[in-house]
Design a protein around this ligand. Structure first.
Ligand code: UT7
Length: 335
């Protein structure tokens, strides 16, 4: 039977510990005013020391499965989007598979930086629509605070920790994930990276002293790339879905900088009241920005069954990914 793939459930995990701009003023040469006006961020959350990415993605996934009315045994595939896995290998997805009791489920990590959740949705959609899987968990989580150089004011004010998850399952044709659009431009790889710890610069006392195990970013270049890539990516995915921007009920852009969000909404002609923003409270949570925003918006009734969502992301790679999604009504789900 022909079928689409849609979101059956959403969940999120937001750490309790809050780090405010005022706190950062005591750590680096910055001000609350600079951070708010240049980024739109007021505070961010920091994971407790004993919490790893698998713990956060597990909590988010449990929430998503509950909402879907499913349990671990129903899951055929687990994709974890992260650049801060518990360890290099095995994958964080395999740790989740065991914790969820998802016996025999395929499990792998997807490492595409901030675009990882939407990349994961696109992969899940292919497996579910083709009938090769019924239910796929797409979890996205990052603890960027562990790879942040807390002496670098240009980056440490931007990021926060969080996880979000979606359960993707079968639905009626014409509903659910209507289109996705993925891409990359590796010529910009140097603009956003963590150089140490891989095969190029394996960990040594020297790589640690040279701070190669921290996130390094050329913010201005990423900013320029983001504005270009978001416009192109949004137009492509909306046209692939057979929609117009006026059909979009809620725009969920990657939450990296308020100025990037405002500029992209203005260019696409989407009014700000249709843009969901949690950047002010959580900062840039990397792969988790879109699923945490989606999960909040759904729970608060900001988005409803039948609504059209546009998610547009950009990130390390450099890469971009977007999705046009119709949120499912009960009758759209194919059991
Ligand atoms: O998920 C993808 C990840 N990354 C991004 O999306 C980042 C995209 N880029 C950005 O959001 C912005 O480029 C930043 C917020 C990172 C920086 O904003 P900007 O307006 O591009 O600032 P800038 O880098 O051009 O720096 C302007 C000034 C500089 O001082 P001078 O050279 O003009 O004297 C910086 O040293 O602001 C200074 N500065 C700061 N001042 C106070 C940089 N960071 C800070 C800070 N507090 N935290």
């Amino acid at each position: 039977m022909k079928r689409n793939a849609g979101i059956w459930g959403l969940g999120r995990f937001i750490p309790e510990r809050v780090l405010t701009n005022k706190d950062l003023e005591k750590m680096v040469d910055t001000t609350d005013e600079w951070i708010v006006t240049r980024t739109g961020i007021s505070e961010r959350r920091i994971a407790d020391d004993d919490v790893a990415t698998s713990d956060m993605t597990l909590a988010a996934t449990r929430g998503a499965l509950d909402q879907a009315g499913l349990n671990g045994a129903d899951v055929d595939m687990i994709i974890v989007a992260t650049v801060t896995p518990d360890m290099s290998f095995p994958s964080t997805a395999c740790l989740l598979q065991d914790a969820l009791g998802a016996e025999g489920a395929a499990a792998f990590d997807l490492q595409v930086g901030c675009t990882g959740f939407v990349y994961g949705l696109a992969v899940a959609e292919q497996f579910v629509a083709s009938g090769q899987a019924d239910f796929v968990v797409v979890a996205a989580g990052d603890i960027l605070s562990r790879i942040t150089n807390w002496e670098d004011r240009a980056t440490c004010v931007l990021f926060g920790d969080a996880a979000g998850a979606a359960v993707v399952g079968p639905c009626r044709p014409g509903t659910g994930i209507l289109s996705t659009y993925l891409g990359s431009d590796g010529s910009g790889a140097d603009h956003l990276k963590m150089p140490g710890g891989g095969s190029r610069h394996p960990a040594t006392a020297e790589t640690v002293a040279d701070r190669l195990h921290y996130l390094h970013m050329n913010g201005r270049e990423v900013f320029k790339f983001a504005v270009r890539a978001m416009g192109r990516s949004a137009h492509e995915v909306v046209s692939r879905a057979g929609l117009r921007f006026s059909d979009i009920d809620c725009y969920i852009p990657h939450q990296a900088n308020r100025r990037i969000i405002d500029a992209s909404a203005a260019r696409l002609g989407i009014p700000m009241e249709k843009v969901y923003i949690n950047l002010d409270r959580f900062g840039n949570t990397s792969a988790a920005t879109v699923p945490t925003a989606l999960s909040e918006a759904w729970e608060q009734g900001v988005i409803s069954p039948g609504d059209h969502i546009l998610a547009v992301t950009f990130g390390a790679g450099l890469s971009w990914a977007s999705a046009a999604i119709q949120m499912l009504k009960e009758k759209d789900r194919l059991a």
